[in-house]
Design a protein around this ligand. Structure first.
Ligand code: GDP
Ligand code: MN
Length: 355
């Protein structure tokens, strides 16, 4: 069968048009959404060359958190991420709705990943004595402890303590920035905190330190002491024990890094030391028999297993979560962009929790 020159020209033209259309679509949709890879310069669309590290922004959220999620995203995109376009990872114990995903995608040009948490990582383990757990929920409620009677809050604390960094969507990344719904970043970021962490050999970064509610961690320190005796090899020489204990390790002073903000290296949580620590604590049942939070668990591990020079106070990141905030004491380097008052800060100074 012979094909006329006209037909052939038509077919070639159609294929070329299709390819052009496809290319234009990829440029429009995907051009800005380049996948992240370690230290690759991202120059397209951005005018200048900006280096991006092997890192991601991560939010754990419910579908009902949508409004607060959008608020946090809009804020961080404006203050930082529109220039760097670090990917966003959203995790939920349920499926995200199409509405959630659709509206979140409108807030960023960066790659976005939505993931569900494996059921077994968001459940009170079968070996937990439910009678004892129920008694704890009842007791903490009576004592008016926030989230005292919540099982889902306990699942959340256990997930953030022991599992988020194992999620398949996070395996490709080393560093993460934890974000929560309804948080605020007060200042334009003049540099990339991930790059700072790498260049300065930092492992765990924080902005606010606070006291934990003692009723939620009654036996946590006993377990930590037992762990230290059993596994002395994991305790760093130049550690920050004095941040978490004011009497050389006898008792816990309740100080912790407020973990709703974290910029850290997930390989630390994936290390033998931390894995062993989490499993040891988990087996004690304290996530359910008390209400151990991921903040004291992360903080105690970072203070004990890392030399203190690997903990970084991000003095220059203005940040607010609920009623506490940190405002940089000097905004010279930030070009006076901060929308907070520098005397209005809890930082790491109030409450005398100083690593
Ligand atoms: P708080 O900061 O200690 O007052 O606790 P939050 O309620 O803010 O919870 C901490 C983080 O876990 C936030 O990012 C929440 O969106 C998330 N979170 C809390 N409970 C749940 C839950 O039941 N399901 C999901 N998917 N996320 C949760
Ligand atoms: Mn919160």
């Amino acid at each position: 069968m012979s094909i006329s020159f006209e037909t052939r020209r038509y077919v070639v033209f159609s294929i070329l048009s299709l390819l052009a259309l496809l290319y234009a679509t990829i440029l429009l949709r995907g051009g800005l959404r380049q996948s992240s890879s370690s230290g690759i310069p991202i120059s397209a669309q951005l005018g200048s060359t900006i280096r991006r590290e092997n890192a991601t922004l991560v939010i754990l959220a419910r579908n009902s958190d949508l409004k607060g999620v959008i608020s946090s995203m809009r804020n961080l995109e404006r203050r930082f991420n529109h220039r760097y376009q670090y990917p966003w990872v959203f995790l939920n114990d349920e499926e995200f709705t199409n509405e959630f995903k659709g509206l979140v995608l409108l807030e960023t040009n960066a790659p976005v990943h939505f993931g569900s948490i494996p059921k077994e990582q968001w459940v009170q383990p079968a070996w937990i004595d439910e009678g004892k757990a129920e008694e704890s929920r009842h007791r903490l409620k009576e004592q008016n402890i926030i989230y005292g009677d919540s099982s889902s809050y306990r699942n959340m604390c256990r997930f953030n303590s022991g599992y988020f960094f194992h999620h398949p969507l996070l395996q490709q990344f080393k560093y993460y920035w934890r974000i929560e719904p309804d948080v605020k970043y007060f200042c334009d970021m003049s540099y990339d905190p991930f790059q700072y962490m790498i260049q300065n050999n930092q492992t765990y970064g924080f902005t606010i330190t606070l006291f934990e509610t003692p009723e939620t961690v009654t036996t946590l320190w006993d377990s930590v002491k037992e762990f230290m005796t059993k596994y002395p090899q994991y305790i760093a020489n130049d550690n920050a024990l004095e941040f978490i204990s004011s009497n050389g390790g006898k008792t816990y002073n309740m100080c912790h890094f407020w973990s709703n903000f974290e910029i850290a290296d997930m390989d630390f949580w994936r290390s033998d030391a931390y894995q062993t620590f989490f499993e040891f604590l988990d087996a004690k049942g304290g996530f359910y028999y008390e209400r151990w939070g991921d903040a004291p668990v992360h903080s105690i591990a970072a203070a004990l297993f890392l030399p203190k020079h690997r903990l970084h106070f991000f003095q220059d990141i203005g940040y607010q979560h609920a009623s506490y905030q940190h405002c940089p004491s000097s905004d010279e380097s930030l070009g006076n962009s901060c929308s907070c008052h520098r005397w209005n800060t809890i930082g790491k100074f109030l409450y005398l929790c100083n690593p």
